[in-house]
Design a protein around this ligand. Structure first.
Ligand SMILES: C[S@@+](CC[C@H](N)C(=O)[O-])C[C@H]1O[C@@H](n2cnc3c(N)ncnc32)[C@H](O)[C@@H]1O
Length: 301
């Protein structure tokens, strides 16, 4: 087994274990959230009609289900978790889910009218290889809907400081602590993803655009950074998130790991409060606290 397979498989299984705990309401809510995002960014529902849609790193299959609802002719979801693929194939009979690694897709050139890959390539061993695969499998003039983590921001910096400590504490203990704090399954999913996913990289928007230009794509449209309908929309929600992290680590038995992580989190909370109460423009506040935020790109090949 190559190293690519090993990391992509374990990443896939980490996500599958988190998703299988979701109930139907969370799943449907997450579809409604995407609907809001595509509407605000004027990606009209009709664009899915009679199209071949490929969702690479499809996870729970929410984008696939939406594409089917909006009239796509054929929808294929690819994921690196065999368990996930099996689970989705049982759940959604009108969509085909296949096992695969996005750095080496077993899909022909110019296959899909719309290729979706949301929150996936930044978890792979070679981000740009994954991106070039998405371009390869998309038809000329077809669209690629991409989400990739952006550079900077307090949250990623804090997460990166906590990740090695989390490795030593272990996933089980941290999940137990989150359950003790009665966090929702969505919150647990987000923290476990951030704190334990094997590969997690953030990309600079200019670098991403420069790469896409070398691939001679026709157009790059950047979706709204302000109306994201998530924590990035409101800078104050970062304080809520950091306090949730504080709660998780307060519950830990090991005194050293507990104290170290709390010291780190508290320093971020105090930096955050300093920024929130400062007189700098809200644009600059966002730039410091949120950083570039998630890049949601609509790429025309
Ligand atoms: C953050 S989730 C996003 C799921 C989905 N795109 C969504 O927006 O709901 C990342 C997904 O990518 C899958 N994944 C991770 N590495 C992969 C790889 N190398 N190839 C294919 N899928 C991968 C994981 O199994 C997981 O389902």
């Amino acid at each position: 087994m190559t190293q690519y397979k090993k990391i992509s498989d374990s990443t896939g299984d980490l996500f599958h274990d988190l998703w299988k705990k979701f109930n139907n309401k969370i799943f449907l809510d997450s579809i409604n959230l995407i609907k809001k995002r595509i509407k605000i960014n004027k990606f009209h529902n009709e664009q899915f009609k009679n199209k071949v849609v490929l969702d690479v790193g499809c996870g729970s299959g929410r984008w696939c289900v939406l594409a089917k609802q909006l009239g796509a002719k054929k929808v294929i979801g690819v994921d690196s978790s065999k368990k996930n693929v099996r689970y989705n194939n049982k759940k959604f009979k009108n969509i085909k889910f296949v096992y695969g690694d996005n750095t080496n897709l077993k899909i022909e050139n110019n296959f899909s009218d719309i290729t979706i890959s949301q929150g996936v390539i930044h978890h792979t061993i070679d981000v740009f290889k994954s991106l070039s695969e998405l371009i390869r499998v998309t038809k000329k003039n077809g669209k690629i809907l991409l989400l990739v983590y952006g550079e900077h921001g307090f949250r990623w910096s804090l997460i990166k400081r906590l990740r090695p400590i989390c490795q030593l504490i272990g996933k089980k203990k941290l999940i137990k602590s989150m359950e003790k704090s009665k966090f929702t399954s969505n919150t647990i999913k987000n923290f476990v993803d951030d704190l334990f996913v094997p590969i997690q990289v953030q990309l600079d928007l200019n670098h991403l655009q420069e790469y896409l230009k070398t691939k001679k794509v026709k157009k790059i449209k950047i979706w709204s950074k302000n109306k994201t309908f998530d924590h990035e929309q409101d800078i104050n929600s970062y304080l809520v998130e950091f306090n949730k992290l504080k709660k998780i680590f307060t519950n830990l038995e090991n005194k050293f790991y507990r104290n170290l992580s709390l010291k780190i989190i508290n320093s971020y909370i105090s930096d955050l409060k300093l920024c929130l109460s400062s007189k700098i423009t809200s644009r600059n506040k966002r730039f410091i606290v949120i950083g570039q935020g998630n890049h949601r790109l609509e790429i025309t090949k």
